[in-house]
Design a protein around this ligand. Structure first.
Ligand code: ADP
Ligand code: MG
Length: 328
């Protein structure tokens, strides 16, 4: 059975204006998210992960602009809506969790007050019902003694608890699409694992699609159904988690995999990909990865032409001249 698509990003191009000149930050980005599916967008810092989420949420900073492409959420193309319409749509259909939950919680109001208001707004329930549901939602996200927690202010909670409260808040609005941008990056490893397994456990219950942004492949391994690898604003590989982890094809993805800390040996040997990550103002002809790629010398096309996406097996896509050459 074909699952319902909640997010469909097609051929998205975006730019930032820096000192009167526009520079491309996203180039032809396409991916989709279905209900009950977690899609991880991965890549080194600066590759365009957050900008992608900001485009989807209609929250690009003032100097940024979507040039072309479409962003459909539940079949509605957000690029065709006014800022006001996008805001309304976002409130109804999308939930967001970020690295720092404090930016989404009001420091001056108790957790209980904020959850209750949120429930009354999104679920159209009365105050009494909302209070009862607030307890249920805190329980759902694994918070002990929910009644006493509801009386507390955000600053009285640890970072991990705050993130759980925010997840409860987002879930209680029943979004179709949950967007998480590095939500566990600021947490210590144990708490991070707990929050990830919480999200995994809630996935079915939510019946939402999850777009999960991370630079951490350990996190990806834990939660992804599908993986989209970005490099310098372009998609270089996409596939099921299994395909990308067991059989990475793009030299960049292969390099990223080597950078995964070795959990079995209980040590963190990170082997970074050699070379510098490009700035968006840098022009690189051909494949954007070519200055750092070990195969560039063997393949003259790499410095001349941008590689096209090739489907190497069903559902597994790679943009690399060498992969294409070897496939032929
Ligand atoms: N407001 C902005 N103005 C100009 N450049 C920006 C702005 N925000 C982000 N960038 C640049 O866009 C690129 C992608 O950034 P981002 O999406 O935040 O990366 P990440 O993958 O780490 O989330 C980076 O090169 C970053 O420096
Ligand atoms: Mg980011």
């Amino acid at each position: 059975m074909e699952r319902e698509k909640v997010l469909d990003v097609k051929n998205l191009y975006a730019v930032f204006k820096i000192q009167k000149k526009e520079y491309e930050v996203l180039h032809d980005i396409s991916f989709d998210v279905h209900r009950n599916e977690t899609v991880c967008i991965v890549g080194e810092s600066g590759c365009g992960k957050s900008v992608t989420t900001l485009c989807v949420m209609g929250l690009l900073p003032k100097n940024g602009r979507v040039i072309s492409g479409s962003i459909e959420v539940d079949g509605t193309d957000l690029t065709k809506l006014s800022a006001n319409e996008v805001r309304k749509f976002r409130g109804k259909k999308m939930g967001m969790i970020f690295q720092e939950p404090m930016t989404a919680l009001n420091p001056l109001l108790t957790i209980g007050y904020q959850l209750r208001e949120n429930l009354m707004l999104h679920r159209l329930v009365d105050k009494k019902t909302a209070d009862k549901m607030a307890v249920e939602y805190l329980t759902k996200v694994g918070i002990a003694n929910p009644e006493s927690r509801l009386k507390q202010y955000p600053f009285q909670l640890s970072g991990g608890l705050r993130q759980r409260v925010l997840i409860a808040m987002v879930l209680s609005a029943q979004p179709d699409l949950l967007i998480a941008d590095e939500p566990t990056t600021a947490l210590d490893v144990t708490i991070q694992k707990q929050v990830l397994s919480l999200l995994n456990g809630l996935k079915k219950d939510m019946n939402a699609g999850i777009m999960f942004i991370t630079h951490d492949l350990g996190v990806v391994a834990e939660i992804a159904d599908k993986v989209v690898v970005l490099y310098a604003g372009r998609k270089v590989e996409e596939g099921s988690a299994q395909q990308v982890f067991n059989d990475p094809r793009h030299p960049y993805t292969v390099g990223l995999m080597k950078a995964v800390p070795n959990v079995d040996k209980d040590e963190f040997v990170i082997e970074p990909i050699p070379g510098m990550f490009p700035n968006i103002t840098e022009e690189i002809p051909g494949c954007r990865f070519n200055p750092r790629c070990a195969y560039t010398k063997q393949c003259p096309l790499c410095t001349k032409e941008a590689p096209e996406m090739l489907e190497v097996e069903p559902g597994h896509f790679v943009a690399c001249h060498l992969v294409k050459e070897n496939a032929q």
